[in-house]
Design a protein around this ligand. Structure first.
Ligand SMILES: Nc1ncnc2c1ncn2[C@@H]1O[C@H](COP(=O)(O)OP(=O)(O)OP(=O)(O)O)[C@@H](O)[C@H]1O
Ligand SMILES: [Mg+2]
Length: 377
């Protein structure tokens, strides 16, 4: 048996509560919330890529408001100058033949930072930015190095870098983001209705978290151990990916271990089990065009076969509800009977938490169909 670690439950509880509050305030953003919080726990950089207006800034702003400490946000444009990010050049320094910047209030002093439209960063900014993101070190013009306090740097953009003209130049920056996710517009009918009729959508968080508490979460999650089964599954995922021609780099593989532990911490556990490997779906690929889907299939098949089955049943539920005209009694009856069939299939999956939530959702949909039919009469 592996030894388990004792965790500071009040800090872990804070993460748990904030995860719930963010997920319930934003529509269909559970995975993005997990991605940001997991990144914070393992001190890695997350990246959100999605079309305008999909709630990226809303989510990041809410997360930043939760965190105490020095904050820095910037919307990069092709014309962003190094002084906007790293501070103005010190005139006193120049008088003494030194090229140093006044970094107060800028990225090198920040505990948490948000770089919107990150792939607009020009080559004059990239080198210094890469060092901060990767090594948490700020290199001054005079070659002196300073450790930065940065705990989280969230990047966001509308497009993957390879879809942009300067894609090649940006590949090093892209690689600095361990966890990456495409943010899709809201897909479900129920989600869209929430977006339309629950305005203004506000995120109310009931706590804040200090830099010291974040340090606690980071060091505790780094000490979390793995079950033998989870270790074997990790090995098996890497082998399966190689068979598909997907070879995540060594640094990415090493960091992915820490990210799994961070996700385990976020899940309120103190030992890595099979299902915590799900987080690898946003890590173990390099090329965003085809690999994410393949990685998703391989990881979920090994780490969470039940969750995968639930997901596909939920997609069916969504299609049934979208396609049926519930004002037509015959169509409503067929839809209700199909949903009852799906509910039975979910029962077979037992006490899995996702299956239980899905069963509740299906029962609510059946009830809604019945009420709509009565109204139509
Ligand atoms: N998933 C969502 N849940 C709740 N509200 C949302 C969601 N997506 C968008 N909105 C609404 O749309 C507004 C705009 O979203 P936001 O500015 O965060 O988008 P964005 O992804 O940052 O866009 P851009 O790429 O243009 O910066 C939000 O303030 C909110 O009112
Ligand atoms: Mg935005």
């Amino acid at each position: 048996m592996c030894q388990t670690v004792e965790l500071n439950q009040s800090v872990q509880q804070k993460f748990h509560r904030t995860r719930e509050e963010l997920s319930s305030a934003l529509v269909e953003r559970d995975q993005e919330v997990d991605l940001l919080l997991t990144s914070l726990i393992c001190r890695e950089n997350p990246l959100l890529i999605g079309p305008p207006g999909t709630g990226k800034s809303m989510l990041v702003d809410a997360l930043l408001s939760w965190m105490q400490g020095k904050k820095f946000s910037i919307l990069f444009s092709k014309f962003s100058m190094p002084e906007e990010i790293f501070g103005p050049v010190s005139l006193n320094g120049l008088k003494n033949d030194k090229f140093i910047r006044i970094i107060e209030g800028k990225l090198p002093c920040a505990d948490i930072a948000f770089g919107d439209e990150i792939f607009n960063a020009s080559s004059g900014i990239l080198n210094t930015l890469l060092k901060i993101l990767n090594e948490r070190v700020y290199e001054q013009g005079d070659s002196s190095k300073t450790k930065v306090p940065l705990k989280l740097f969230v990047g966001a953009a509308n497009q993957w870098p390879h879809e942009q003209e300067s894609g090649k130049e940006l590949s090093a920056l892209f690689d600095r983001f361990l966890m990456r996710k495409r943010v899709l517009p809201i897909v479900s009918k129920a989600g869209r209705e929430r977006l339309w009729w629950n305005q203004p959508c506000e995120v109310k968080l009931t706590s804040t978290i200090s830099p010291e508490e974040i340090d606690t979460a980071q060091s505790e999650s780094a000490a979390i151990t793995w079950t033998a089964e989870a270790k074997e599954a990790f090995q098996s995922i890497i082998t399966q990916l190689a068979k598909e021609g997907i070879f995540p780099g060594d640094r990415r593989q090493a960091k992915s271990v820490k990210a799994v532990q961070a996700y385990c911490y976020l899940e309120g556990k103190n030992q890595v089990e099979l299902e915590h490997l799900q987080v690898l779906t946003s890590i173990l690929w390099e090329d965003p065009s085809e690999q994410p889907e393949k990685v998703l299939q391989i990881v979920l098949k090994i780490a969470n076969p039940t969750g995968m089955k639930v997901n596909s049943l939920l997609i069916e539920v969504e299609q049934i509800c979208e396609n049926a005209d519930l004002k037509q009694l015959a169509q409503a009856a067929v839809a209700a009977s199909k949903l009852s069939e799906i509910e039975k299939q979910l029962h077979v999956l037992g006490n899995h938490p996702k299956a239980a939530i899905a069963r509740k959702h299906v029962r609510e949909q059946i009830k809604k169909i019945k009420l709509d039919s009565i109204e139509a009469l």
